[in-house]
Design a protein around this ligand. Structure first.
Ligand SMILES: [Zn+2]
Ligand SMILES: [Zn+2]
Length: 412
């Protein structure tokens, strides 16, 4: 028991609850089915342990499973690393370059973002991954990416075993006629004499596992290439978006600024070494980062503040003219609203006639924005933000100069 608890040290035992979510349940089921079928198929029907090749094959299959699970559980339980609650930069003056998180009641350190699922500010957040039911960020980036590499490799090995098992077991039973292919499942002649005959159930299970293995190889393999791109450029998926908007903003206002992304160290190898180290934990504390010589610690956060300010200036005020219950596909709001619901996990917000909304983006049938709250709610730090049907609101036609000046003060 002591050895066990020494090996599995969960920082917080409540982290175990991350397992009880559709993502980890499906992922672990797929890993379980593929690896156990590959092991069973090998030792019973394809490559028994009494040969050298069979033993090596068996050890390799076990190895894949162990490595895949090791990286998977580390990605899940080590987590991305969270900025401590009520965090402040050491130098009080630096707070002017940072955004404030009203949920964590602290400043957002450079490269961190607030994750609504984790309900914390996440170090170097890339995205929230439902398959590990946690964020992918600073501390688990290497584990996460290793998992994305190892899972397809393990699946390719398993897929080869499945194909070879079915081929060798069925080969002798298939007779080809001019117009038909017959499979005789009863008269099996085997090279080895397996303990069990290769039944229809075993054939079906192997075929099913083959489908899972091939699907996983393609889907997870693609994710691996996406993450390698992130690591080699040292630019998270969120930062790609920020950089895009920076270029957009500079072009729109013709400010003549030059935006340099600060965290790309110039060489892919250097960027790679920031994430992958022999110790397993990445370089840095998740708050301070090595930056490009023309940049400083706050280059990106200042750009984010500018963009946020710009968004406020360009957000449009709407008044609610029709109640909305917050359903994803609401009935009674028209067919287009029903069918064109935005394909995103972002929340929908309830609307009551007479409320005011600041919209920042939208589609033809849906809009996204912030509800204007009463003073008490605003003081507590409540924020109601999400999608709603466009037909439930109407544009306000008075200038919002008062609002923008108060927002500007807040930004200072
Ligand atoms: Zn936060
Ligand atoms: Zn998250």
């Amino acid at each position: 028991m002591n050895i066990l608890s020494a090996i599995i040290v969960f920082e917080n035992l409540h982290e175990v609850k991350r397992l009880f979510h559709w993502g980890p349940i499906i992922a672990l089921t797929v890993i379980g089915v593929c690896s156990s079928m590959a092991i069973l198929d090998s030792i019973i029907w394809y490559w028994p342990l009494d040969t050298t090749g069979g033993s090596i094959n068996f050890i390799m299959l076990i190895n894949w499973t162990v490595l895949i699970l090791y990286n998977y559980f580390n990605a899940m339980f080590v987590g991305p690393g969270y900025i401590s609650l009520e965090w402040k930069p050491e130098n009080q003056q630096d707070t002017m370059y940072l955004q404030f998180c009203r949920v964590c009641k602290g400043y957002k350190a450079p490269r961190s973002h607030h994750c609504r699922k984790c309900n914390r500010c996440v170090m170097k957040m890339d995205h929230h991954c439902p398959w590990i039911n946690n964020c992918c960020g600073h501390l688990n980036h290497a584990y996460f990416t290793s998992f994305l590499l190892l899972a397809p490799l393990g699946c390719i090995h398993a897929a080869l075993i499945f194909i070879m098992t079915m081929y060798t077991q069925l080969y002798d039973r298939i007779s080809f006629g001019w117009s038909s292919v017959k499979i005789d499942m009863s008269a099996a002649r085997h090279i080895h004499n397996p303990i069990m005959p290769f039944s229809i159930a075993a054939f079906a299970a192997t075929l099913f596992a083959l489908g899972l293995a091939l699907g996983t190889t393609i889907a997870v393999g693609m994710l691996f290439f996406i993450q390698m791109k992130v690591i080699l450029r040292n630019k998270t998926s969120i930062e790609v978006w920020i950089e895009e908007k920076a270029k957009d903003r500079i072009q729109y206002y013709q400010t003549g600024e030059e935006f340099i992304f600060p965290y790309d160290l110039g060489s892919r190898w250097e960027n790679f070494k920031q994430v992958f180290t022999w110790s397993g934990s990445p370089i840095g504390d998740g708050i301070e980062w090595p930056v490009h010589e023309k940049c400083n610690q706050y280059t990106l956060t200042i750009e984010q503040l500018k963009q946020k300010h710009d968004k406020r200036q360009r957000s449009v005020e709407y008044r609610v003219v029709e109640d909305y219950n917050g359903a994803c596909c609401p009935l009674g709001k028209g067919l287009n609203t029903f069918f064109r619901t935005p394909c995103t996990e972002e929340p929908r917000i309830q609307l009551t006639k007479g409320e005011t909304i600041f919209a920042t983006r939208g589609t033809k049938w849906w809009m996204y924005g912030d509800k204007v709250l009463n003073e008490e709610q605003a003081k507590v730090g409540v924020r109601i933000r999400g999608w709603f049907p466009r037909r439930c609101v109407e544009k306000c036609h008075y200038d919002s100069a008062n609002n923008s000046t108060s927002e500007e003060k807040k930004e200072q």
